[in-house]
Every structure is written in C-alpha cells, then in structure tokens.
Design a protein around this ligand. Structure first.
Ligand SMILES: *[C@@H]1O[C@H](CO)[C@@H](O)[C@H](O)[C@H]1NC(C)=O
Ligand SMILES: *[C@@H]1O[C@H](CO)[C@@H](O)[C@H](O)[C@H]1NC(C)=O
Ligand SMILES: *[C@@H]1O[C@H](CO)[C@@H](O)[C@H](O)[C@H]1NC(C)=O
Ligand SMILES: *[C@@H]1O[C@H](CO)[C@@H](O)[C@H](O)[C@H]1NC(C)=O
Length: 330
C-alpha cells in the first residue's frame, strides 16, 4: 500500500467507526425513555430499549430528522403485557407529536398532567385501556392537538368545554366510557373542520346544543346516551355529513321538516321519541344504513331513492308509519 491508499483507508476507518458509534438519540430523551421503561416495570414489550444502543433504533418510538436534532417525536405502546400507570415522565419527551398507549387492559390510573408540557403534541390516543378519572380540563393546553382518542376506558365526569379552545382539534373520540353531564355548548365554536365527534356509550345527558348546527361534522356518533330534546340542528341539506348515529337516546323532535345532507350514508335514529313524517327529501341521500325503528313516526314512507332498500326492521315499532316496506297505508 502506498501512502495515499493508507491515508484513505485510515480516513474511511475513522469515518465509519465514528459514524456508527455515534448515537442519533438525544441523551435527555434516552434517560427519559429508560425511566419510562422502569416505571412500567421493565416489560418484555420494551426489551429493545437497551441503554447500550441508540434509542432511535428502539421499538415503539420514532425520532425526528436532523431539523429537530433527532429528538423522539413519536411513542406508540400498543397491545403488550404492560401493567401500571402512564408514566408521568412522558411529559419530558419534549418533542413528541404522537403519543399512543392503546389496548393495554392493565394500564390504569389517570391521564397525567405532565403531558401538558408536550407543546408539539398532535395525536393523543389513549384508548382500550382501563384509565380512570376525568377527561382532563388541562388537555386544552395542548394547542397543537389535532386528534384526541380516549375511547374504551373507565373515564368519568363530564366533557370539558375547554376542548373547543383547541384551534386544530378536528377529531374527538371519548366513546365507551362512563362520562356524564351535557355536551358542552362551546362545542359549536370549534375553529377547524371537525371530521369526527364520537360520544357513544356513555351517560351523557341534557339537550344537544343548538350551536353544534354551526359545524359541518363528517361523522358523529352520539348513540347510547341520555340525550333529550331537539337534535334537528345537526341536520341540514347544505352539510356534507356522511354518518349520524343518534340511536338509543331520549330525543324528541319532529322530523317532518328536517332535511338531510345529500352525502349521508348512515342514519340511525332508532330508540328515541322522534315524531312526524319522513320527508320526501330523504329519498335524495345515498343511504346505505338507515334505521328509524322504535320512535313515534307516522304517515307514508316516501317511495324512492334508497328508502325501500331497507327491510321492515328499519321502520318497525313506530306510531303509524305505513307504505313499503311496511304495510300499505289505510
Ligand atoms: C394483567 O394483570 C393480570 C394480573 O396481574 C395478569 O394475570 C394478566 O396477564 C395481565 N394482562 C396483561 C394483558 O398484561
Ligand atoms: C380492564 O378492563 C377489562 C375489560 O373492560 C376488564 O375485564 C378487566 O378486569 C380490567 N382490568 C383491570 C385491571 O381493571
Ligand atoms: C343552502 O345553500 C343555498 C345556496 O348556497 C342557500 O341558498 C340556502 O339558503 C342554504 N340553505 C340552508 C338551509 O342553509
Ligand atoms: C334497527 O334497529 C332495531 C332496534 O334496535 C333492530 O331490531 C333492527 O335490527 C335494526 N335494523 C337494522 C337494519 O340494523
């Protein structure tokens, strides 16, 4: 080997060894992650979290690129044998945009207030666990939050009205908990497009706020609660809603003049106290699922559109509905 080749090899060797041994992982993030692992009792699920290796190579997380100095931007702990509470240290992963604890039936306790330190957080999914306590008011401090999923837990108390202060929040799923109290009046003042509002299987009571009619929500499921009164503001021919499930509440209003969006694919109003006639305008919607059974409807089922593609079980148990698919009107 001549001198130049030797130098080149030396250079390459130095370059490779330093670049391979250099952790991308931020030291603070690594320390925090190791505390999180310890606080979850060193579960097998986090076996790849070995202090000797670069934390950006560990499972269940992602580091950002050089623009954020490879800080941890995503932590997703999903479906493992994990017992304990959400470690408060997650609040120290300062660059997190995504935080997921999902399908961990032995994950108990409350949502820790330390997550308010996560000022870049966009996606928060803490669903299918056994979390207790409230849907915390402090979530309204997460100004970048776009997506909030807390479904399938044991959360109680009422829905904090302050959530509507979040300028980017467009998806809320708090279904399948033990929530009580009303739908906050403030929910009519969400700034952005609301793609989903899922409140089903709780004990939510009171009237559906009229202000919700100001929004054009893509999908809403308020089923199996204790809502009462008039929900007609949720409808409107000019909206682009695709999915409305209000079944199994105590709603009482007249649908005779209610127009539905011509984008509506699912409408479930079953098991309420809804009165009036089904409007002819409803034949214009591309309905694929339709159920108005167990109400107090009356009169002729309009003929046309999709309305006769459903069988009598979509219409039965009403006051005096008639016409196909039910018996013809007298
Ligand atoms: C939950 O905890 C119980 C009791 O400690 C244990 O038997 C069970 O395997 C745990 N389940 C999961 C999914 O971790
Ligand atoms: C968690 O929830 C499941 C299903 O809801 C339940 O069967 C289980 O007992 C709960 N576990 C704990 C530790 O609360
Ligand atoms: C629907 O939109 C049309 C045209 O933009 C408008 O004339 C009409 O008043 C609107 N109807 C309702 C109920 O908002
Ligand atoms: C409509 O709801 C009723 C009452 O819950 C139910 O018996 C029926 O099967 C439903 N129809 C469809 C198509 O799901």
């Amino acid at each position: 080997m001549n001198k130049t080749t030797t130098l080149l090899f030396l250079f390459l060797f130095t370059f490779l060894t330093t670049s391979l041994s250099k952790d991308l992982c931020n030291k603070d993030d690594k320390n925090t992650l190791l505390k999180i692992k310890k606080s979850l009792n060193n579960p097998y699920h986090l076996a790849s979290w070995d202090p000797q290796t670069d934390c950006c190579s560990w499972y269940c997380l992602e580091c950002g690129d050089a623009t954020v100095n490879h800080r941890v931007t995503s932590l997703t702990i999903f479906s493992g044998q994990i017992s304990g509470q959400i470690p408060p240290e997650v609040g120290d992963l300062a660059y997190l945009q995504t935080l997921v604890f999902r399908k961990l039936t032995n994950l108990t306790g409350q949502i820790p207030s330390t997550i308010t330190k996560l000022k870049y957080l966009r996606y928060l999914r803490l669903s299918w666990n056994n979390l207790t306590g409230p849907v915390p008011d402090f979530l309204s401090q997460l100004k970048n939050l776009e997506f909030l999923e807390l479904s399938f837990n044991e959360l109680s108390g009422s829905i904090p009205s302050s959530l509507s202060l979040l300028p980017k929040l467009g998806y809320i799923d708090v279904s399948r908990n033990k929530l009580t109290g009303p739908i906050p009046e403030s929910f009519g003042s969400f700034k952005g497009q609301v793609s989903g509002l899922y409140l089903s299987h709780n004990q939510i009571s009171g009237f559906v706020p009229k202000s919700l009619g100001n929004l054009d929500i893509n999908r809403m499921d308020f089923s199996r609660n204790k809502l009462q009164g008039d929900a007609s503001s949720l409808f409107g021919a000019n909206k682009t809603t695709g999915y409305i499930d209000l079944s199994r509440n105590m709603l009482q209003f007249d649908i005779s003049k209610v127009e539905i969006p011509n984008t509506l694919g699912t409408l479930d109003l079953s098991h309420n106290g809804i009165t009036g006639n089904i409007p002819v305008q409803w034949t214009e919607a591309p309905l694929q699922f339709f159920n108005v059974s167990y109400n107090k409807l009356c009169g002729l089922i309009p003929n046309g559109g999709k309305l006769q593609t459903f069988d009598s079980y979509s219409y039965f148990h009403n006051k005096c509905l008639c016409g196909a698919p039910l018996d013809s009107c007298k």
